[in-house]
Design a binder for this molecule. Structure first.
Ligand SMILES: [Zn+2]
Length: 287
């Protein structure tokens, strides 16, 4: 199955027979209300598709036959080591392996530092799936607090991502905060405040107060409603290979700006007419 990150937007919609029997949603440590998310999916997709909430992807698939040290080492190797070279990896330091093990066993712990290469992380997760669940009958959506990025061969650099679609699909809750650009004023005001000598924490507080509501922050109460659209994108990718829409008010809009993301996810009518129609056909096919 090919993969797509949240930046591509070619329109090649065609219905494939990839209608899943199961949607497995793997939780992360963010404040997303996964029960509400499940209810939303049941309303939108429902029918014969069974939606299952699971704990974090790695914890769920970490059977007694799997070597935790080896998984932790591979996780370190999914990190971006050199922002100018997507192939570069090195032998991880023991402290990095321990940190990844710690994150697996204590998912509430904060993820520090570097970006993870979204496609390398996706490959690692795919390798953990049992054979019985490695088919198009399963749509696996792994939420992660790890910030992800993918290499763009077009401009030769990494881009932070909200999501990477494929098998499994990955949605990064920190990516929702960090990947889409904040309003232009944010960067202008921040520059002025930093130049004025204001302490870093106060700079962030001042920016949040001045631009209230115009970008999503960590622990933002709007996060659950925002990610509803991203999980729909994962579903459309799985069923049609086309996760994105050009309509700025459709939840499938591939937003590169926070304000565009907020409008598409919170101010529109879920899906545009065209995608409502496609979803209806898909859900009818299930019955
Ligand atoms: Zn649409």
């Amino acid at each position: 199955m090919p993969t797509r990150s949240s930046r591509n937007d070619a329109d090649t919609t065609s219905l494939s027979p990839n209608i899943p029997d199961f949607i497995c949603v793997y939780k992360d440590s963010s404040t997303i209300d996964f029960i509400d998310l499940k209810r939303y999916l049941e309303n939108q997709i429902g029918g014969a598709v069974r939606i299952e909430l699971r704990r974090s992807f790695i914890s769920h698939h970490l059977g007694s036959d799997k070597d935790i040290d080896s998984i932790a080492e591979k996780l370190v190797n999914t990190k971006v080591f050199d922002v100018s070279d997507p192939e570069k990896i090195y032998d991880p330091f023991p402290v990095e392996i321990d940190h990844e093990k710690d994150l697996i066993f204590n998912p509430k712990k904060k993820v520090f530092g570097m970006l993870y290469n979204g496609f390398r992380l996706q490959k690692l997760l795919r390798e953990l799936l049992p054979t019985a669940e490695s088919s198009f009958k399963y749509l696996h959506v792994a939420f992660t607090s790890r910030p992800i990025a993918t290499w763009d061969f077009g401009d030769g650099r990494y881009h932070a991502r909200t999501s990477v679609y494929g098998f499994p699909s990955i949605i990064s809750s920190s990516g929702i905060v960090e990947a889409p650009a904040k309003p232009r004023e944010y960067y202008i005001i921040r520059k002025a405040l930093v130049a004025s000598g204001l302490a870093r924490e106060l700079v962030e507080e001042e920016l949040k107060s001045k631009l209230k509501g115009r970008f999503i922050d960590y622990n933002d109460e709007r996060m659950t409603d925002i990610v509803k659209g991203y999980i729909l994108q994962a579903f459309f990718y799985h069923t049609t290979y086309e996760p994105f829409c050009d309509d700025t008010n459709c939840r499938l809009f591939n937003a590169h700006w926070q304000e565009d993301m907020i409008r598409a996810q919170l101010k529109g009518n879920d899906l545009c007419e065209r995608h409502e129609g496609i979803l209806e056909k898909i859900t009818l096919k299930q019955k």
